[in-house]
Design a protein around this ligand. Structure first.
Ligand code: NDP
Length: 249
């Protein structure tokens, strides 16, 4: 099951870029819309030669930027609506537990949580339009879906290390909150037939993951895209590893 159209946020580097590199291999997709904060500097993304690829500016923390972006996507997908939104853009702010800092905490939650919610809400009309083209109750990325790139660090059940040596408290909180978001969305949008799931991509060699990470971008994104295409009603509201093994919330 391939989506007819897909949006990937934060696609100029890292996992977002890798997702686009995988998606262009799927000839069933008609529109791949990839975002960068600064399109001028998105050289790796712009190096992908494919007429189906649209590269557009988006700063997920800016409502005006989101509105302009949604309007451009509306022009691209037309009456078909949007089949798949991939909320990938994210940051990892160092946030030591003993050092209160409202600005850092707010920045972390704004990008990884608040902006995911707002971007998704602004895309609901286009997702609803795509979902309404299909009859019956079946869910898939070829109908309409919101996939959010979360993290295993968002799991409350599997948190045995506290903040840990990595980004810590604020990052964990931001990803736990988007896990709740996807679960809630999956229930709220049941009648709209829009699927909502979250994935952990694994520990990946990106600017965020660092060079010691276990997986290359190619390894992670190959599995992620394969899993996206397998999503159905049984996965709705779930939180998964890249190979569709369920994660504990
Ligand atoms: P990178 O740091 O390599 O890339 C992050 C991307 O997000 C960039 O394209 C960046 O744009 C974009 N971005 C950041 N802030 C904003 C913003 N305000 N508006 C728009 N775009 C923004 O990270 P990864 O590729 O590693 O991470 C991608 C996702 O995967 C994140 O959600 C992350 O939390 C998650 N993840 C990553 C893991 C890993 O090991 N790498 C592990 C688990 C989860 P710009 O270039 O302009 O800064």
């Amino acid at each position: 099951m391939s989506p007819g159209s897909v949006v990937v946020t934060g696609a100029n580097r890292g996992i977002g870029l890798g997702l686009v590199q995988q998606l262009v291999k799927d000839k069933n997709i008609r529109h791949i819309i990839a975002t960068a904060r600064d399109v001028e500097k998105a050289t790796d993304l712009k190096a992908i030669q494919d007429p189906r690829l649209h590269i557009l500016p988006l700063t997920v923390t800016c409502d005006k930027s989101i509105d302009t972006f949604v309007s451009k996507v509306t022009d691209i997908v037309g009456s078909d609506g949007l089949n798949l939104l991939v909320n990938n853009a994210g940051i990892a702010v160092k946030y030591p537990t003993a050092e209160p800092n409202r600005a850092k905490l707010t920045e972390q939650l704004d990008v990884n949580t608040v902006s995911v919610v707002i971007v998704t809400q602004k895309f609901l009309p286009l997702l609803q339009k795509a979902a309404s083209k299909v009859s019956g109750d079946n869910l898939s990325v070829s109908r309409a879906a919101v996939v959010t790139i979360s993290s295993g660090l968002g799991s409350i059940t599997e948190n045995t290390t506290g903040s840990g040596p990595w980004a810590g408290l604020a990052y964990r909180m931001s990803k736990s909150a988007v896990n709740q978001f996807a679960k809630t969305l999956s229930i709220d949008l049941k009648d709209d037939h829009i699927l909502a799931v979250n994935f952990c991509p694994g520990w990946v060699q990106t600017d965020m993951g660092g060079p010691q990470a276990a997986l290359t971008v190619d390894q992670s994104t190959t599995e992620l895209v394969s899993s996206f295409n397998k999503l159905d009603n049984s996965h709705n509201g779930g939180y998964f590893q890249r190979n569709l093994t369920p994660f504990q919330f």
